[in-house]
Design a protein around this ligand. Structure first.
Ligand SMILES: C[S@@+](CC[C@H](N)C(=O)[O-])C[C@H]1O[C@@H](n2cnc3c(N)ncnc32)[C@H](O)[C@@H]1O
Length: 342
């Protein structure tokens, strides 16, 4: 299945989709450093504003459109709690995304966002998708339940031609498991900044009572900032993933990403729904072909029985014999063959 990835960032979702067997047609991202990361990682980056591209040529050719529209107005990181004015509304990526869906008409649309955007999505996005798709679902998933040693709750909207089963939860991993720091729970959400502006004095960090965003408990009990590599591991990026740009660009790309393991779980769920449909279709056509063969053999068998009655069957009971042994079976096969394949 192919995928058009909008607001692709450094490719967290792209990696998950790739791991689940999807092939990218394009990853659209306007930030130069994130686009450089996508290119270095081998994705077909299109460095552009999603609003500036012409999508008409893609109409009807895309299996999955994945979008993580900008959500500053709802992000808990900026404690906005919803769009407040013209500027916030102008930065709302949902209308742009819906416009592209209407042009491209992908078989599946998958949207990811922060959980604070849920009310807006339920009010303004789901009704629009229901006009276009037979099945529209909203899931709330925590990355900690899908392979990431990090608590990060996100909403996912899945719109497509078939219902999809949400991915099953997996056992949780801790920060100790992942990056060997003494914290026996998943990490709190990895943030987009690198702890800039925070005091460097360990006493200040010690006052904090959990291992939060860009910090961790060091083995001596003092707190320290997590390295970029550690943050990337908590997000389930593979080691050595080629983040490009200045340190602050790279921290931002890591913090902004959908954890690849979470994206892969969602993508596999969609794939299973698609392949399930394919398997049922293939299974039914195989049964149909067998039923047609059975029907031909039965016709021959009935002709044979009429011409040469089996031993022990009286000539005047042949019709009864055929009715008892064959006609019923033929009726069942005929009934099956007359049904429409879903
Ligand atoms: C939440 S991040 C996406 C993360 C990405 N899906 C991942 O998994 O790594 C949102 C991204 O949208 C990009 N973005 C915001 N507005 C955009 C626009 N108008 N056109 C293209 N990209 C945009 C930002 O630069 C940012 O990288």
């Amino acid at each position: 299945m192919n995928v058009l990835d909008l607001f692709a960032g450094a490719g967290g979702a792209a990696l998950g989709l790739h791991d689940a067997g999807f092939e990218h047609v394009a990853c659209v991202e306007r930030d130069a450093s994130a686009a450089a990361t996508l290119r270095a990682a081998g994705f077909p980056a299109v460095e552009a504003d999603v609003r500036d591209l012409d999508y008409a040529a893609l109409a009807g050719t895309i299996d999955v459109l994945w979008a993580s529209p900008p959500c500053q107005a709802w992000s808990s990181a900026n404690q906005h709690g919803g769009p407040k004015g013209e500027e916030d509304i102008a930065r709302n990526g949902w209308p742009w995304t819906l416009r592209i869906v209407r042009i491209v008409r992908p078989r599946w649309a998958i949207f990811e966002n922060v959980k604070n955007a849920r009310a807006h999505v339920e009010r303004a996005v789901l009704p629009e998708l229901r006009k276009l798709y037979a099945h529209v679902a909203l899931w709330v998933l925590n990355a900690a339940d899908h392979g990431a040693p990090q608590s990060r709750t996100r909403i996912f909207v899945i719109a497509g031609p078939r219902p999809v089963q949400p991915p099953a939860s997996q056992p949780r991993r801790t920060m100790r498991d992942a990056i060997a720091v003494p914290w026996d729970r998943p990490s709190p959400c990895v943030m987009t900044n690198e702890g800039k502006g925070r005091p460097t004095d360990p006493a200040w960090w010690r006052k904090l009572n959990n291992a939060s965003d860009a910090l961790a408990l060091a083995t001596d009990g003092a707190r320290r900032k997590l390295t970029l590599g550690e943050c990337a591991t908590l997000q389930t990026f593979p080691q050595g993933y080629p983040f490009a740009g200045r340190p602050e660009d790279r921290y931002r790309q890591v913090g902004n990403a959908v954890p690849p393991s979470l994206a892969a779980a969602v993508a596999r769920a969609v794939r299973a729904a698609e392949e399930g449909a394919g398997t049922i279709r293939e299974g039914l056509s195989a049964i149909r072909a067998s039923a047609e063969r059975v029907e031909r053999v039965l016709s021959l068998a009935v002709g044979f029985v009429r011409r040469r009655p089996p031993l022990g069957i009286a000539a005047d009971d042949i019709d009864g014999f055929v009715t008892r042994n064959v006609t019923q079976l033929r009726a069942m096969v005929g009934d099956f063959l007359s049904r429409r394949t879903p």
